[in-house]
Design a protein around this ligand. Structure first.
Ligand code: HXC
Length: 257
């Protein structure tokens, strides 16, 4: 049983994971990250889970890496940091991942948000990379993914000054997909997740992979991948079902085949 997470088993294909370390504003300790990676691995294996939501509390999605834990690590400890592989497992999750964010998403918290595919933010959310205040820099994608998400000037401003931005600014910059009233964040994420969970699983999986390709390949390679994925899906039963259901004016029943 995880001790830093609350995990709701999948309902309607959606699994909800709540970061729960209230005494430290959900700071991402090594233990919490290991638990999160393990839960995502379980969700990856579970055919009933079609989408996962990660959320935190009203005050904090996550206030970053655990600074007290960081204080105990020397150079060798950092070179052998087990958190690196936890982060890799989290970032490699292949099913749709939605972050429902209220309050602080700072440092590793903001980096966790950027591992998600869709980000629903409460209007009270704040996103920042304050590592520079500690004499360090982001270490879990906060320079690479942030620049790709919001562009160079704003990424530079956030990482070099440590200043956070609010939800409206994050929406305008492309860091989040939607802003809601704070009390509706998880509900809205659930709506989106349920909609995704009802689609053809193979198409969802390949759509995510194709969209992610756009971030790290040149256009010609990305277009080639899209064409291959599109062709592959032409051989699926779910494609036949989707088209037949449209013609028969009824909802499709996708089986993941
Ligand atoms: C450990 C933390 C913490 C953190 C908060 N707490 N953030 N503990 N690590 N990142 C603890 C506080 O020590 C405090 O514990 C309790 O949570 C409540 O926090 P307060 O500071 O009292 O709350 P508030 O005054 O409302 O301020 C909220 C805050 C501030 C602005 C978010 O807590 C803050 O600046 N936190 C640190 C943010 C940060 O620098 N994050 C980046 C970390 S570096 P007590 O016991 O005193 O009540 C990073 C690198 C990632 O993320 C690299 C990945 C490999």
């Amino acid at each position: 049983m995880p001790s830093n997470l609350l995990v709701q088993p999948p309902a309607d294909g959606v699994r909800l994971i709540t970061l729960h370390r209230p005494q430290a504003l959900n700071a991402l300790s090594t233990e919490l990250l290991a638990e999160l990676a393990t839960e995502l691995d379980a969700a990856e294996r579970d055919e009933h889970t079609r989408a996962v939501i990660i959320t935190g509390s009203r005050k904090a999605f996550a206030a970053g890496a655990d600074v007290n834990e960081m204080a105990e690590r020397d150079l060798v400890g950092i070179l052998n940091d087990p958190r690196v592989s936890h982060w890799q497992r989290i970032a490699a999750f292949s099913k749709p991942l939605i972050a429902a964010v209220n309050g602080y998403a700072l440092g590793g918290g903001c980096e966790l948000v950027m591992c998600a595919d869709i980000v629903i933010a409460g209007s009270d959310a704040r996103f920042g990379q304050p590592e520079i205040n500690l004499g360090i820099i982001p270490g879990a994608g906060g320079t690479q993914r942030l620049l790709r998400a919001v562009g160079k000037p704003l990424a530079m401003q956030m990482v070099l000054s440590g200043e956070a931005i609010d939800a409206r600014h994050a929406l305008q910059a492309g860091l989040v997909s939607e802003v809601t009233e704070p009390e509706l964040t998880v509900e809205r994420a659930l709506q989106v997740a349920r909609a995704i969970a009802a689609k053809a699983p193979l198409a969802v999986r390949l759509a995510k992979e194709a969209l992610l390709k756009a971030q790290d390949t040149d256009l010609a390679t990305g277009l080639r991948f899209e064409r291959h994925a599109f062709t592959l899906l032409a051989g699926t039963a779910d494609r036949n079902e989707g088209i037949r259901a449209f013609q028969e004016k009824r909802p499709a029943r996708f089986l993941g085949q």
